[in-house]
Ligand binder design. Structure first.
Ligand code: HEM
Length: 459
């Protein structure tokens, strides 16, 4: 596998000269202080860079990056001049896992074909058809939570539920608890390894037999063979009159524009992408949203009592503001561009730490407080400082799907169970492609019908 960080020396020098003109840490601060900071606490380091340098900071060679923090710059990069950028260099590392699927594809022509085929499966009509499955799977799953007070780990539970929904609606496969656990482990391990590599100057090629690489390859091969098996099963089952899962539809889908479908390799990459993108992101959003509700009893009670769905939407948006599933987005300049007064040379990585922006006091009042009401003003949702699903042509293809899924799960859980955090506070968050809690999120759950009965008895 070619090392993605090897670029021509000349390009590096040119990029270095231009990037050095933009403020940012230099010398000891860059090579030692921030280097160490990024290795131990990525989110803390991104926050500190913003505190010290404001809207933009450069990290010339060896990172060849600028980090941007202002909605104007972000709008320019993702939307207004989106065509001048490709996905960030970090995507090269992700590509080792998900191949050239939609999320990692930098070839405009083949990306457009895939995007046009795949986005049909996540439009309003398609999502509407999925909602019954979301309801049913969630209902069945919650029936497995034993009656009476009990302690659960939201991380385990939400990952498994999201994975179950993902398997059935995207792939139409009932993998069972053991296989699901294996895939969960594989996804966890590979995504963590990928994220570590993103911050290494010269990551060790996957082909070298280090113990980490061996483990990585084992997990990767597990994922790969599982996905290939699902595709082959679907292909041999033939075209169905009423396909229900995204995979069934994709196997036989044809792009209106080109009249061609997806090859086996394209299918594998897209399915692997959906499996990873659809599982980790929804699961972690759910972990944080449910954790926040367990931590904030007043908001949980208000949500339980509210008869319409408006308040639930505010809760979800606020949860995603504090804990965006992808805390950092990245692009790479495909040509020379400008940001404000600065020239950004071709090949510069442009890093967008949305986690920091969504908690920035310049755009949010009391930014660290969980206050769903702040989204009652529609401008907040549309504001340039809120982008959990990203913006522009590369924004999440499955935003509607994910919102509907999260909506249904949170609604069902809160209507049936009361949740209370076991610890006083939620665990800290760490960035590992998706935003994860550093420890289990343990909550005590009790069935609301039983609480009602008990309180009736005690009066
Ligand atoms: C809460 C759940 C989710 C969140 C917060 C989320 C967030 C995102 C974000 C931020 C991006 C864009 C990244 C960038 O601009 O570089 C993205 C892209 C993408 N997401 Fe999601 N996502 C979620 C759920 C899902 C689900 C359920 C699926 C699939 C079933 C999915 C599939 C994808 C794909 C394929 C892309 C790449 C789109 C492209 O580049 O054309 N996502 N997602």
């Amino acid at each position: 596998m070619p090392n993605p960080n090897m670029r021509s020396a000349v390009t590096k020098v040119l990029v270095f000269v231009n990037l050095s003109k933009i403020p940012g840490p230099r010398g000891y601060d860059y090579l030692v202080r921030f280097n160490r900071f990024f290795k131990t606490d990525i989110l803390g380091a991104f926050t500190q860079v913003h505190v010290e340098y404001g809207a933009i900071a450069s990290f010339p060679w060896p990172m060849n990056s600028v980090i941007i923090y202002s909605p104007e710059f972000v709008r320019k990069v993702l939307q207004e001049e989106g065509k001048k950028y490709i996905k960030g260099e970090q995507i090269e590392e992700l590509r080792a896992v998900v191949g050239n699927g939609l999320a990692t594809n930098n070839d405009q022509k083949s990306w457009l074909k895939s995007r046009s085929i795949i986005s049909k499966e996540f439009g309003p009509k398609a999502v509407q058809e999925f909602t019954q499955a979301f309801e049913r799977i969630t209902c069945e799953y919650l029936a497995g939570w034993e009656k009476g007070p009990k302690e659960i780990d939201l991380v385990e539970e939400m990952k498994f539920l999201a994975f179950k929904i993902g398997c059935e609606t995207l792939l139409k496969a009932d993998l069972g608890k053991e296989d699901s656990r294996k895939v969960n482990e594989a996804v966890d391990f590979t995504s963590h390894a990928v994220y570590e590599r993103i911050f290494q100057f010269l990551p060790i090629p996957y082909s070298w037999p280090t113990s980490k690489n061996k483990k990585f390859n084992l997990h990767y091969n597990n994922l790969n063979s599982l996905v290939m098996k699902l595709i082959k099963d679907e292909q041999s089952a033939g075209k169905k009159e009423k396909p229900v899962s995204v995979l069934e539809k994709l196997v036989h889908a044809v792009d209106d524009e080109t009249g061609t479908g997806l090859s086996d390799d394209e299918l594998r990459d897209e399915v692997l992408t959906m499996l990873l993108a659809g599982h980790e992101t929804s699961a972690h959003s759910l972990i944080w949203i449910m954790g926040l509700l367990a931590r904030h009893q007043d908001i949980q009670q208000k949500l339980f009592e509210s008869s319409d769905s408006d308040y639930l939407k505010l809760v979800i948006l606020e949860g995603m503001r504090l804990y965006p599933a992808f805390p950092v987005l990245s692009r790479k300049a495909a040509e020379d561009v400008t940001l404000g007064p600065y020239s950004i040379p071709k090949n510069t990585n442009v890093v967008i730490p949305i986690f920091v922006m969504q908690r920035d006091g310049a755009y949010w009042e009391n930014p660290l407080e969980f206050r769903p009401e702040r989204f009652a003003a529609a401008e907040q949702e549309k504001s340039g400082a809120f982008l959990p699903f990203s913006r522009g042509t590369r924004k999440c293809v499955a935003e509607l799907f994910a919102m509907a899924e999260i909506f249904i799960i949170v609604k069902q859980i809160i209507s049936k169970y009361h949740l209370e955090l076991v610890e006083a506070e939620l665990p800290a968050a760490q960035a590992s492609v998706t935003l994860k809690p550093v420890a289990p999120v343990r909550v005590r759950i009790s069935e609301r019908s039983l609480i009602g009965l008990n309180s009736f008895k005690s009066t």
